[in-house]
Design a protein around this ligand. Structure first.
Ligand code: PLP
Length: 466
């Protein structure tokens, strides 16, 4: 009989008999802390103005649990608070309550999506939910997908698959086509894949921030007539700075005709394809010409980070690309281990919080969140003085703007001042650098932001630019 590993007061691991009294107390105390942190949100700023958080390190002996609870409290109160109504800077909404529970359950289970025998039910859950989502967006029976820790990783999963499926894995001169407004993650992916900058072609965007189709066609024809091989074309469905949507139908049809892998980075906008309601100029595209699509539920419907999906029209493309065999796992012939469908090996059960979130909201709940976000954006645009500000916004819930008729250097310092003054008033907005200038950007994915907050924000901006 081994002695239990404990410190003075506490068992280190959940007990396997009895009623787990200690774990119950710990869960109660930490949830009290977390709930208190949520409940007094309005008394703070979305971002601590003065970050006093001090990192502590392991000592010779383990720490007392009450000290750890105090340290957890300090961490909470020196953290960014996405639930604050003034938190409007980024694509980081408040977490749905049930998705917090999802992460708790995932940690408690500590299963591993690497292999079916390490996560029998969760492997099934991920497989079936991804398949359901794939069909929902218009893919057919052979489709499916995986989750990965963030959109960057899923864009990587997609490009590795694209290169492999096109027979170009070892062709260093093969080309990636993206728009000039595509997300920076593609630069990272290209480095990992050994694609040099000269082999990444950026198609320029039109005045609305969408890929310019005549330029795309011209580029493609010239590359093809010069015998160049293209391993993927990427369209962005929701650009990061202005929420613009590339014309998916045109790009998709061209890729299909030329037999080029078509990836859609719909990290931001993909969630709109889940609902039946047709939103103006958003979810009326046909996605079935795509080979792969990244969708990040973490960005708009409140599934806690990370929650990102890669959906593919043919699940065999992932299997063929990533299957290595797992010599240390005993796998029946008819089973595909989900660690062999993407770059990640050991993987947490992120699917649980997505599954619970989707179940809790239902289609109407999702639709309401999407609707409200667009409504808030419309109120903001209506209230921001168009004589004073140049506004850039595609159909999604993101607005970038900057003062009109100001030299660039003045405008750059004005946006810096505005951002700082707004934070002092508990509004956190972002200041992206886009095409040679700083903009201010507001993202309306926060369920706690009301029309009153938006009025206060626009009044401040309109008055600041006297
Ligand atoms: C359009 C787009 N694609 C991809 C990403 C990368 O996603 P993640 O930060 O989850 O890796 C982002 C992040 O903001 C994005 O806006």
């Amino acid at each position: 009989m081994t002695e239990k590993i404990t410190n003075d007061e506490f068992n280190y691991f959940p007990a396997i008999s009895g009623n787990n009294q200690e774990l119950q107390v710990l869960l109660r105390k930490t949830s009290e802390l977390l709930c208190k942190w949520f409940s007094d949100t309005n008394e703070r700023s979305p971002l601590p103005l003065d970050n006093k958080f001090k990192v502590t390190y392991p000592l010779k002996n383990g720490s007392n649990i009450n000290n750890l609870l105090n340290e957890i409290e300090e961490l909470l109160y020196s953290s960014f608070c996405p639930s604050h109504p003034g938190s409007l800077a980024h694509l980081d909404p408040p977490p749905l309550t049930i998705s917090i529970i999802g992460d708790l359950i995932a940690s408690g289970l500590n299963n591993n999506l690497l292999a079916e025998e390490l996560s029998p039910s969760i492997s099934k859950l991920e497989n079936d939910i991804c398949k359901w989502l794939s069909k929902k967006i218009g893919f057919n029976e052979g489709s499916g997908g995986i989750t990965a820790s963030g959109g960057t990783l899923n864009n990587l999963n997609a490009l590795v698959t694209a290169k492999y499926s096109s027979g170009l894995t070892f062709n260093n001169e093969s080309i990636l086509i993206i728009s000039e407004d595509a997300h920076v993650s593609f630069k990272k992916c290209a480095k990992i894949l050994g694609v040099e900058d000269k082999n990444i072609y950026l198609v320029h965007t039109d005045k609305n921030g969408c890929m310019h189709i005549p330029s795309f066609i011209k580029l493609l024809n010239s590359l093809i007539s010069n015998g160049r091989e293209i391993f993927a074309v990427v369209a962005t469905f929701g650009t990061t700075i202005r929420g613009a949507l590339d014309p998916l139908d045109e790009i998709g049809n061209i890729c299909k005709e030329k037999k080029i892998w078509f990836h859609i980075d719909a990290s931001i906008g993909g969630i709109y394809f889940l609902v039946n309601k047709k939103f103006d100029n958003i979810n009326n595209f046909n996605l079935s010409s795509a080979n792969s699509i990244t969708i990040n539920p973490q960005k708009l419907i409140g599934i806690a980070k990370t929650s990102s999906l890669l959906l593919v029209s043919d699940i065999n493309t992932l299997k063929n690309t990533f299957q290595t065999g797992l010599p240390y796992i005993d796998t029946p012939d008819d089973v595909i281990n989900r660690g062999e469908l993407g770059v990640q090996g050991s993987r947490p059960a992120e699917i649980i919080k997505l599954w619970l979130g989707l179940r809790l909201l239902g289609m109407e709940g999702i639709e309401k969140i999407l609707n409200d976000s667009l409504l808030k954006k419309a109120i903001f645009i209506e209230k921001l003085d168009e004589n004073k500000f140049e506004i850039h916004s595609g159909p999604l819930h993101i607005v970038s703007f900057l003062p009109k008729n100001m030299p660039v250097a003045d405008s750059n310092s004005w946006t810096l001042k505005a951002k700082k003054l707004l934070l002092e008033r508990k509004y956190m907005i972002s200041r992206p650098f886009y095409k040679g200038k700083y903009y201010l950007r507001v993202v309306f994915g926060n369920f706690n932001t009301t029309a009153l907050h938006i009025s206060e924000l626009t009044n401040f901006l309109n008055n600041l630019y006297a």
